[in-house]
Design a protein around this ligand. Structure first.
Ligand SMILES: NC(=O)c1ccc[n+]([C@@H]2O[C@H](COP(=O)([O-])OP(=O)(O)OC[C@H]3O[C@@H](n4cnc5c(N)ncnc54)[C@H](O)[C@@H]3O)[C@@H](O)[C@H]2O)c1
Length: 406
C-alpha cells in the first residue's frame, strides 16, 4: 500500500492516478476540511479530467484520511516555499511530514520525496532527520527523490506522458520506485543519484525563469526607446537558432517564481544571472502598474476605480492564484497606500481581494480601462465587448487595434 502525504495540486492527482491503475493507495493530509471534502466525494480544485479520475480512483478503493498509515512506501508532496530573506528552500513542511512518517513506517520502508527541494537538501536535512530518529538510511529507511514536472491545466495528460527523474542512494531502490511510476507513466524514467535529481528539477524551472526574464527585459528596453517588442521578437525568431519567449505581466505559481530562488539562496556569489532574472520577473507587476498610470494620464483618466484587472490566477484557464502577478500588483499598489482597482476572474468564485466582481458583464460595466493580466479563453471569446474600453493587453493576445501593451 502507498501512503501519499499531502493532497494538494501534486499529491491528489498522483494518488488518484496510482489508485486508478490498480495500486492500493491511502491519501493523507493534515487539513481536516480538505479530507472531509474528498470523503464527501468532491475534488478540491478544477482540472480537466480530475473529477472522472477521482470517481475511478474511489471505485478502485482509494481512501482519504488525516492519519499517517503504517506501510512500506510513502510519497510526500507537501509545500516547499522559499525563505523570503535567505532565498533558501524552506524545508519545514517536508521535515515535519518525514518525522510523522518515521513514527509509523515499517522496517525497510521507502520514503519518496516528490516535493521540489534544492540540491543537497536530502543529504543535509532529510537524511539527518532519519538519523536523528535513530534509524539508518539504506537499511531501516530508504530515501528517494522523484520530482514532479506537471503543469496546471494539463496535469493528467502530463502525469501519463511526461518523462520523469528518480534520484536514489541505491540503484535497486531507484528501479523499484521507477516500476511504481511505470504503473501509469509511459514517459522515459531516468534513475540517477539524489543530488542530480534535486538539481535537475530546480534547473528546469530556472531555465524557464531566465528565458521569461529575457523577454521581459526586452519589453522594458523597447518600451523605453519606442520599439515594438513583439515585432522584434517575431523577426528574431525567424532566425533558425533563436526562440525568444513572449513578455508578460510577471510570473506566478509554485514553480518558476519560487524554485530558482533556491539556487540564489544556496550559491549567492555564483547565481548572478538567476538572481537578476528573478528580480526582473518579480518587477513586472510594478512595471504594469506604472503602465496603468502612464496610460491613465495619456487618456486624462483620474479615477482608478474605473480601471479593472482581468484575471487573478497565475496562468490561463486554471483556478490557482498562488504568487500570481495580479496579487503581486495589488500588493504593490497597497504598499503605495493606494487601492481601488477592480478585479475579476471567471475561475475565482470566492472573494479573495478587495473590489472583486463576479460577473464579466458587471465588471465591464464598472470600468473604462481593462488590463489583461491573464489569457483566459473567456476574454478572447468576449473580445467584442471591449470595443468601448481602453485596453492594456499585457500578453498581446487579443489583437485589438489600438490596444496598449507593456
Ligand atoms: N503545483 C505545481 O504545479 C507543482 C509542480 C511541480 C512540483 N510542485 C512541487 O510539489 C510540492 C507540492 O506542491 P503542491 O502544489 O501540491 O502544494 P499544495 O499546497 O497544493 O498541497 C500541499 C498539501 O500538503 C498538505 N500538507 C502540508 N504539510 C503536511 C504534513 N506535514 N502532513 C500532511 N499534509 C501536509 C497541505 O495541507 C496541502 O494540502 C511542492 O514542493 C511544489 O513545489 C508543484
Amino acid at each position: 500500500m502507498i501512503n501519499v502525504i499531502g493532497l494538494g495540486y501534486i499529491g491528489l492527482p498522483t494518488a488518484l492516478m496510482l489508485a486508478s491503475h490498480g495500486v492500493e493507495v491511502v491519501g493523507t493530509d493534515y487539513n481536516k476540511k480538505l479530507v472531509e471534502t474528498l470523503n464527501a466525494g468532491k475534488t478540491t480544485f478544477q482540472e480537466e479530467g480530475l473529477d472522472d479520475l477521482f470517481a475511478e480512483a474511489v471505485k478502485s478503493g482509494i481512501r482519504f484520511t488525516t492519519e499517517y498509515q503504517s506501510t512500506d512506501t510513502y510519497i510526500i508532496s507537501v509545500p516547499t516555499p522559499y525563505d523570503k530573506f535567505s532565498k533558501k528552500v524552506d524545508t519545514e513542511f517536508v521535515i515535519s511530514a518525514v518525522k510523522s512518517v518515521l513514527e509509523k513506517c515499517l522496517p525497510g520502508s521507502i520514503i519518496v520525496i516528490e516535493s521540489t527541494i534544492s540540491p543537497g537538501t536530502m543529504d543535509k536535512y532529510i537524511k539527518t532527520t532519519v538519523e536523528e530518529a535513530g534509524l539508518k538510511v539504506g537499511d531501516d529507511v530508504h530515501l528517494v527523490h522523484a520530482p514532479e514536472r506537471i503543469m496546471s491545466g494539463h496535469m493528467l495528460n502530463e502525469l501519463l506522458h511526461n518523462n520523469r527523474t528518480i534520484g536514489a542512494y541505491s540503484n535497486v531502490i531507484g528501479e523499484k520506485i521507477k516500476e511504481l511510476y511505470m504503473n501509469f507513466c509511459d514517459g522515459e524514467i531516468v534513475v540517477t543519484d539524489i543530488k542530480t535529481a534535486e538539481m535537475t528539477k530546480v534547473v528546469e524551472n530556472t531555465y524557464r525563469a531566465v528565458n521569461i526574464a529575457f523577454a521581459n527585459e526586452l519589453a522594458k528596453i523597447c518600451r523605453h526607446d519606442g520599439m515594438d517588442v513583439y515585432e522584434i521578437i517575431r523577426i528574431c525568431n525567424m532566425h533558425p537558432r533563436v526562440n525568444i519567449l513572449q513578455p508578460g505581466p510577471g510570473v506566478g505559481g509554485h514553480c518558476i517564481s519560487v524554485d530558482p530562488w533556491f539556487l540564489v539562496g544556496d550559491y549567492p556569489s555564483l547565481a548572478k544571472v538567476i538572481d537578476e532574472s528573478m528580480r526582473t520577473n518579480d518587477g513586472m507587476p510594478d512595471f504594469v502598474l506604472n503602465r496603468i498610470y502612464e496610460i491613465m494620464k495619456e487618456k486624462g483618466m483620474t479615477d482608478v476605480s474605473r480601471v479593472g484587472l482581468y484575471g487573478l490566477t497565475y496562468k490561463e484557464n486554471v483556478d490557482d492564484i498562488r504568487e500570481s502577478p495580479t496579487l503581486q500588483l495589488l500588493e504593490s499598489q497597497q504598499r503605495h497606500l493606494a487601492t481601488g482597482l477592480k478585479v475579476y476572474d471567471p475561475y475565482i468564485k470566492d472573494n479573495v481581494v478587495e473590489n472583486q466582481l463576479h460577473s464579466l458583464d458587471e465588471f465591464l460595466d464598472s470600468i473604462d480601462m481593462i488590463v489583461i493580466m491573464v489569457k483566459h479563453d473567456e476574454i478572447k471569446e468576449n473580445a467584442k465587448k471591449l470595443a468601448d474600453k481602453t485596453v492594456l493587453d499585457c500578453h498581446n493576445f487579443l489583437q485589438i487595434p489600438g490596444a496598449y501593451h507593456i
